[in-house]
Ligand binder design. Structure first.
Ligand code: BTN
Length: 246
């Protein structure tokens, strides 16, 4: 895998959109784009990602990465790299940095980073994949449908540039492992080591219903294993997780 390049921009609509535009214009990929501020930052489920200067906004463009059947494990690999980058900069006595399925990063059970992965088939037949990462360092949204926090509330005072240097290094390691398809089980193990709520009662909101059960962990392909009792274990590919214990 070629080394990653990095382009630092000031104001953009969205670093994910910037990456997709580069891909359409023929960029070979392995390109990080960071921005000081986003005017149209996007979150999952069509939500707005508020993007004032002081936080980190970064997207990685990959072109024709691993086969599509490996896509389900990409969110886990990204979460592992992001968790490692953030925990490396936290004070020793801070609460642990944990991953929430599939790929939110929490401190004290409050969301502090989000990941938005988008893909697009390009007119020239190539496939673009963009991994967008937002980290609340100095700011957090005033309202959100979940509990939120920022690194400064936990004693971590770092610039977005300094934090990006850690992210760049950690992601290079996990994306290479994921891309080569070797060591995916190591990624799954690392994910479980830092996961929030394993063994606890959780509710998963699916598009058409909610399911409550015990979070038994994840399968090798990244599916969440929800134990409904009576020997019934349901694999879940996508949904919003809510913990009983906050
Ligand atoms: C989420 O809703 O949890 C995902 C948030 C992802 C936000 C990042 S910020 C950098 C990149 N550009 C975007 O527009 N979104 C992602």
């Amino acid at each position: 895998m070629e080394a990653f390049r990095h382009e630092a921009l000031q104001d953009v609509g969205s670093t994910n959109t910037e990456c997709l535009e580069r891909a359409r214009a023929g960029d070979p990929g392995n390109l990080w784009i960071t921005a000081t501020r986003q005017t149209s930052g996007r979150g999952r489920r069509g939500r707005v990602w508020t993007s004032e200067p002081g936080n980190l906004y970064a997207s990685l463009l990959l072109i024709n990465p691993a086969p599509m059947d490996r896509i389900a494990s990409l969110p886990l690999a990204v979460a592992v790299g992001l968790q490692a980058a953030v925990s490396a900069v936290m004070p020793r006595d801070a609460e642990p940095v944990e991953v929430k399925w599939p790929n939110d990063i929490l401190i004290g059970r409050k969301k502090t980073c989000g990941i938005l992965i988008e893909g697009e088939g390009l007119p020239d037949g190539r496939h673009a994949l963009v991994i967008g990462i937002g980290i609340n360092i100095r700011h957090k949204p005033e309202t959100a449908p979940y509990a939120v926090t920022r690194l400064e509330e936990h004693g971590c005072f770092i610039t977005a540039d300094e934090l990006f240097a850690h992210l760049f290094r950690e992601m290079a390691v996990v994306i290479k492992i994921w891309d080569e398809g070797r060591g995916i089980s190591d990624i799954t193990r690392r994910w479980l080591n830092v996961a929030c709520g394993v063994g606890e009662k959780i509710t998963v909101n699916l598009p058409d219903r909610s399911l409550t059960g015990r979070f038994d962990g994840i399968a090798a392909d990244g599916l969440l294993m929800l134990n409904l009792g009576g020997g019934q274990i349901v694999p879940i590919a996508a949904g919003d997780v809510f913990f009983e214990r906050t």
